[in-house]
Ligand binder design. Structure first.
Ligand code: SAM
Length: 240
């Protein structure tokens, strides 16, 4: 075995604390749900202030991470991207599937703030597509002069994501307003932005069908109606 084929050991440098305790509902890419927020906390010795010096001058960063929740499921040579209706297969390397060799993910997200407290550092992020608990293996600034490529072709991801109309029952509105007053979290906007891009699996799209997803510690339920989705129930739960 030559040197480039030897196993590599990666050490997590930090952990994501995000609004997404479970995978269902998480947007398929960053930047789709700007109300989706997270912090990254760093483990010693990667939490030293000097390691982040200058990062606050960048509006966006790359978070390189491990798809830790799919490691035990292994990887697949071909996958069925939701953008193709879950019908057509493409090669795993032509996709952003978590079921990939090495299970590494990369998301460009808004850097809201670099917080330094008691000698350690936290990053506050917005527009994330990251499960709570995600191990972070690297952080890099996003540099538009090299990485913004507006004329790039983008295969099966080219078509705009169709938007679904979202409404809320009076009871749901009341709960979400009270929750915001109590916690400061704009859960209504988070739910709205998440549902308009339709988190349902392609195979489950019948009228009347009900869904639920966790946003922070709230189980939000919605159903399919003629005009789109209606959010009808929300309940605070204990999240593991
Ligand atoms: N932007 C990243 C990329 O391109 O590498 C992630 C794209 S991937 C299609 C996004 C999905 O990964 C989310 O919708 C969520 O279901 C899943 N996901 C996010 N964090 C994860 C984690 N730590 N472990 C497993 N799956 C995760």
């Amino acid at each position: 075995m030559n040197q480039s084929q030897q196993d590599i050991v990666l050490t997590p440098i930090g952990r994501v604390f995000s609004c997404w305790p479970e995978k269902f509902g998480i947007p398929k890419q960053p930047g789709l749900v700007m109300e989706a927020t997270a912090t990254v906390e760093f483990f010693p010795p990667y939490d030293r202030e000097e390691m982040f010096r200058g990062l606050e001058d960048f509006s966006h960063i790359w978070v390189v991470f491990l798809f830790h929740d799919t490691v035990s499921e292994g990887w697949k040579p071909t996958v069925r991207p939701p953008r193709l209706g879950g019908q057509k297969r493409v090669g795993v390397f032509a996709s952003r599937s978590p079921h990939r060799p090495n299970h590494l993910g990369m998301s460009v997200v808004r850097l809201v703030r670099v917080v330094v407290a008691n000698g350690s550092v936290k990053l506050e992020l917005a527009g994330v597509d990251l499960l709570d608990g995600t191990p972070v293996v690297d952080i890099k600034p996003y540099i538009p002069y090299a990485e913004s490529l507006p004329n790039a072709s983008c295969g099966f991801t080219m078509e705009a994501i169709p938007e679904v109309a979202v409404s809320f029952t009076t009871a749901a509105e009341r709960f979400l307003a009270e929750y915001q007053q109590r916690t400061g979290r704009n859960l209504r906007e988070l739910v709205y932005q998440t549902l308009i891009s339709d988190p349902r699996p392609a195979s489950q799209r019948s009228i009347g069908r009900e869904y639920g997803a966790l946003f922070w510690n709230v189980n939000v339920r919605w159903r399919v109606v003629d005009q789109g989705f209606e959010v009808f129930d929300s309940e605070e739960v204990t999240v593991k």
